[in-house]
Design a protein around this ligand. Structure first.
Ligand code: SAM
Ligand code: ZN
Length: 305
């Protein structure tokens, strides 16, 4: 099923189809905050992996940073990413499957076929996040883990700007999510495990762009600030982190070992085969072995034209 994209959605999607994280390398303070964010993700997945095998879906996987970082914890991994530039950098490993595509169209994945979904700095990059999130709910099994983390619209600096009557533009993004609303969005279906915001050293981003202070000490100072503001202004950090488990029991056996299906006829399909045995649909594969779902979606194709 396709939808008609607005001009703004189309333009934005066009930019994401060529996304290259090297275009905007983060300065040291941002790196320090990202490292703390990634540690939160790692420890949450580590705890989950102590209970069950982890079958991950990484929506907007970029160059596969989390496929690498979470490697010892993962049984299998599916990464979806619109940009072939990023997918070309992906490090191949056993049980890793990459798809060129978008969260809004995931017909190639079976219902309840993953037990962990990571949405790290990605919902605000989706041209239709509600559609992408609905797909995540279809694909995530009961008892599955969801982590949502990204820049926070409730951060103190934005609130200060609003008080001063100055607008804040979330440059390079389609949406701007807040900590409270995102938690509320999860609450009906999920039990929140941990939710917090991090990154309170406003101004250090710009300072460390000019003066490249070392990341290690910045991480320490950020941790101290996080500890203080966790009490003083819990929702005010630059980035929010929410981990949550979906209500219900993990299905046994799950669809986790074979998550792919034919996006045309929905029959089971093994990743990498030349044609669907049920309907003859011929999947196309790109450089580095990714399944290319872009030709299947008229509106994504249109954004490329
Ligand atoms: C800020 S990067 C985050 C990458 C990765 N999740 C990480 O944390 O390292 C945002 C990513 O979302 C991807 N993206 C953009 N639109 C998307 C969409 N509609 N569906 C899935 N991913 C998308 C971009 O191409 C980019 O790789
Ligand atoms: Zn088929």
């Amino acid at each position: 099923m396709t939808q008609k994209l607005t001009a703004a959605q189309k333009e934005y999607l066009r930019s994401q189809l060529q996304y290259d994280h090297n275009d905007d390398p983060p300065p040291p303070n941002t790196l320090a905050v990202h490292q703390i964010q990634h540690e939160l993700i790692y420890s949450t997945v580590q705890n989950y992996a102590a209970q069950t095998d982890v079958h991950m879906l990484d929506v907007g996987c970029g160059w596969g940073d989390f496929s690498n970082k979470l490697d010892p914890l993962l049984k299998s991994y599916v990464g979806i990413e619109p940009s072939p530039v990023e997918l070309g950098r992906f490090t191949k490993r056993p049980n890793r499957y990459t798809v060129r595509g978008v969260g809004e169209y995931m017909d190639f994945l079976k219902d309840q076929s993953r037990n962990f979904i990571l949405l790290n700095s990605v919902l605000d990059h989706c041209f239709d996040w509600k559609r992408a999130f609905a797909n995540c709910l279809r694909v995530l099994a009961p008892g599955g883990l969801m982590i949502i983390s990204m820049e926070n619209s409730q951060k103190l600096i934005v609130r200060l700007k609003h008080l001063l009557g100055r607008p804040h533009v979330h440059i390079g993004h389609m949406e701007f999510f807040g900590y409270d609303d995102t938690r509320k969005m999860l609450e009906p279906e999920f039990k929140v495990l941990e939710s917090r915001t991090i990154g309170f050293l406003y101004g250090m981003h710009a300072v460390t762009k000019k003066v490249p202070l070392p990341v290690g000490p910045l991480r320490l100072v950020n941790r101290m600030a996080n500890g203080f503001f966790r009490v003083a202004s819990p929702a005010g950090g630059h980035i929010f982190f929410i981990s949550a488990v979906r209500a219900g029991k993990l299905p046994v056996p799950g669809n986790f070992a074979a998550p792919f299906r034919c996006p045309k006829c929905m029959a089971d399909m093994t990743f990498g085969i030349p044609a669907c045995p049920a309907c003859g649909f011929k999947p196309s594969y790109g450089a580095n072995g990714y399944f290319d779902s872009v030709p299947l979606n008229a509106d994504v194709k249109a954004a490329l034209a």
